[in-house]
Design a binder for this molecule. Structure first.
Ligand SMILES: Nc1nc2c(ncn2[C@@H]2O[C@H](COP(=O)(O)OP(=O)(O)OP(=O)(O)O)[C@@H](O)[C@H]2O)c(=O)[nH]1
Ligand SMILES: [Mg+2]
Length: 266
């Protein structure tokens, strides 16, 4: 053992700077050495901590279920995970669970149900947006006509978020509640949303330019000088029709095949 130590010191003796440093350290009292160890440990712990947090963020392995209150997010969440109908109440906090995609690879994502209440959703969107691999924007197709402005505003705020625009997660607009006779088709919902978002874009940019300071946190939606349509967005956008309830009532299966197929392709 002693031989080895001698050998090591001899190896370094050719380097005078290192030699004097070793000498200095050995002459110090033991608390100095303990201090060095503590410092090194602190650096390692910090690196592991950052790796852990930024690692999950850069992996972007979550699928977010967002949309207005009562759109059917929580029922969809239950149907996607367990297939069963569940009675739901307005969500006040998020739910999350691993979701295995219906493909050969069996990719597992974290499915997150984001509460739709206006006063709750910003904090949850803020928390999960960076981890989103896909955003499923659930729309209640039966009352879409009445809610179109609110739906467009929520979608607009998501799409002009700088983190969302940078990461460009796949956007899936799930036109839910197709079992109801009055439900609007995906095509009509797309057209109406494009029209509404175009108007929103004009009013918002007018409001921004009338303020003198630079409000630069959000991104311009779509192409400048052109009427807005979803193909101008940086992310892949798909509209799918579905029914979390299904046509055969609460006992029957859901009609979410199109949604599952799209999620399998992520
Ligand atoms: N007819 C019909 N009803 C549905 C469908 N999906 C959900 N519902 C019903 O709509 C109501 C609201 O569904 P939830 O899943 O709780 O809505 P949510 O989007 O989670 O709402 P918040 O938690 O308030 O954000 C429930 O009574 C559901 O049973 C559907 O496809 N068809
Ligand atoms: Mg809910």
């Amino acid at each position: 053992m002693e031989d080895k130590v001698d050998l090591d010191l001899e190896d370094f003796s050719s380097e005078p700077v290192f030699d004097s440093l070793v000498k200095e350290i050995l002459e110090q009292d033991p608390t100095f050495l303990i201090g060095i160890f503590v410092a090194i440990a602190a650096v390692i712990i910090t690196i592991v901590f950052f790796k852990f947090f930024f690692g999950t963020e850069t992996k972007r392995s979550s699928i977010l279920l967002v949309g207005l209150c009562d759109a059917g997010k929580t029922l969809l969440f239950c149907r996607l995970l367990a297939g069963k109908f569940t009675k739901t109440q307005t969500s006040i906090t998020e739910s999350s669970a691993p979701y295995k995609a219906k493909n050969e690879r069996g990719t597992t994502w974290t499915l997150i149900d984001v509460p739709g209440h206006e006063s709750l959703r910003p904090q949850f969107v803020e928390r999960f947006k960076a981890a989103a691999r896909a955003i499923v924007f659930v729309v209640d197709s039966a009352v879409f006509q009445k809610e179109v402005k609110d739906v467009a505003e929520y979608l607009y705020s998501l799409l002009t978020d700088s983190v969302v625009a940078k990461n460009a997660p796949t956007l899936l607009i799930a036109c839910n509640k197709q079992d109801i006779t009055m439900a609007k088709s995906a095509k009509l919902i797309q057209q109406q949303l494009e029209k509404e978002m175009n108007t929103l874009r004009m009013t918002r940019s007018a409001a921004l330019s009338s303020q003198d300071g630079s409000v630069g946190a959000s991104v311009h939606l779509g192409k400048k000088g052109k009427d807005f349509d979803f193909s101008q967005l940086p992310m892949k956008v798909e509209f799918v029709e579905c029914s979390a309830r299904g046509n055969k009532g609460e006992e029957g299966p859901a009609d979410i095949k199109a949604l599952e197929t799209t999620l399998a392709k992520l």
